[in-house]
Write a protein that binds this ligand. Structure first.
Ligand code: ADP
Length: 398
């Protein structure tokens, strides 16, 4: 006998639940997607615009507010092609992108244009056009715009940097060449031994300039690739500073350098790299004090650190520029006929001090002079070294 079960109303309700759950899930999922879309559209670092075949703005992401300061709702219905946001000199680029995209669906056409923020400032934007007029879900030309101002500034700085480097290399090479020619003449005529010595000296000076420039460039590339490493061993900072001052006195008689303060404490670090920092600060102190001839170096122990300061009474640094002074390529006077100035020395110095767990800073007053100081931790046997640093197990006499 076949048993027949009648389904209770409860059981029937239970069976229908999955269908209702499906409906709810779908709704929930749609809501989720909408929320996600709204979030991306307002927080994206790009402005997404959909325009019609006539250039009328059909949709625009709210992110235009944070990127260019405008309210997207007020831009709907306006003609993208007549918009005054684009710099007059770049309008033709925008029109070309539009024409190309209109003719060729699905292909990205991109260019870089200047656009004006609501506050009046100009930004560099990368603009990509993609024709989706045939796509029934989009039905328009999609324009994606994102801010590339920072990259553009860096590119401009790099171009300028390359032109300075080429200039800085060319000048000493030209001098070397002319002195060599002069010397050749003197040798031919068997005359002017004294002059020949002077020429040789000049040649050596110019070669040093090129070598310094190349060393700086190599250091920058090491910093950029994270390959600037230091060889750590304990040494007496005071001794290094004394030796550096003696070398300076020997090489340049234009300024008088005085050392004050004293400490016999050791630091753990790369002596030649720390020497490079001291040389850089002293070179700058001389370079930027054309009128005052006095330079003072001070060394002192402060708790677990040794602080070294280089004081000059030169041109000083305006307060508004001091926070940029350790940045790469930063120079106050963009062009200097007298000195080689690339804005690399202090950047390299600060990276070296960072590798030694120290700090570097400046105190200065425009027209009164500058004091550049750096601190280095005093060596103790427990000192911790960063993993990428090569360590030498040298035991210092404490
Ligand atoms: P460079 O001297 O090659 O330009 P630096 O990185 O050493 O590069 O210095 C960056 C800038 O900081 C310099 O161009 C100069 O404007 C300023 N500066 C550095 N040291 C001094 C100083 N002692 N006095 C005044 N200005 C300084």
């Amino acid at each position: 006998m076949r048993r027949c079960y009648l389904e209770s109303p409860q059981r029937r309700r239970e069976k229908s639940i999955p269908y209702r759950m499906y409906d709810n899930d779908l709704e929930k999922r749609m809501h989720q997607l909408e929320e996600q879309y709204n979030f991306f559209a307002s927080h994206a670092f790009a402005v997404i615009t959909v325009i019609g075949p006539d250039g009328i703005i059909l949709q625009q992401s709210p992110s235009i507010k944070q990127i260019l300061g405008y309210d997207h709702r007020k831009r709907l219905g306006k003609n993208f092609l007549h918009s005054r946001l684009v710099h007059p000199d770049d309008i033709y680029k925008k029109e070309q992108l539009f024409e190309k995209a209109k003719k060729n669906p699905n292909i990205n056409y991109k260019d870089e244009l200047r656009m004006q923020h609501k506050n009046g400032s100009w930004s560099w934007m990368e603009v990509i056009f993609n024709n989706q007029l045939h796509n029934p879900y989009i039905n328009g030309i999609v324009v994606i715009t994102h801010d590339i101002t920072e990259r553009k500034i860096l590119e401009l700085q790099k171009d300028e940097f390359l032109s300075i480097v080429s200039h800085e290399m060319k000048t000493p090479l030209t001098i070397i060449r002319s002195y060599s020619q002069l010397m050749a003449k003197r040798i031919q005529n068997k005359s002017g031994e004294k002059e020949a010595l002077l020429f040789l000296d000049n040649i050596a000076n110019q070669t040093d300039k090129i070598t310094r420039l190349i060393t700086d460039l190599l250091d920058i590339s090491k910093i950029q690739t994270g390959k600037l490493s230091i060889e750590v061993k304990p040494f007496q900072l005071q001794q290094l500073i004394r030796k550096t001052i003696t070398d300076f006195r020997y090489a340049s008689s234009s300024h008088s350098i005085r050392l004050t303060g004293s400490t016999k404490a050791l630091v753990a670090g790369d002596e030649s790299r720390i020497g490079q920092v001291v040389i850089n600060l002293l070179t700058n102190a001389i370079k930027y004090s054309p009128k005052s001839k006095r330079i003072q170096l001070h060394i002192q122990r402060k708790r677990t650190y040794i602080i070294t300061s280089v004081m000059d009474y030169g041109i000083g640094i305006p307060a508004s520029k001091q926070k940029y002074i350790f940045q790469r390529f930063f120079r106050i006077n963009e062009r200097s006929e007298q000195h080689m100035s690339l804005g690399l020395g202090l950047y390299i110095a600060s990276e070296i001090i960072k590798l030694h767990h120290g700090t570097i800073w400046v105190e200065s007053k425009k027209g009164k002079g500058s004091t550049f100081s750096f601190s280095l931790p005093i060596y103790t046997k427990k000192i911790i070294h960063p993993p990428h640093v090569t360590r030498h197990n040298v035991h210092a006499d404490e």
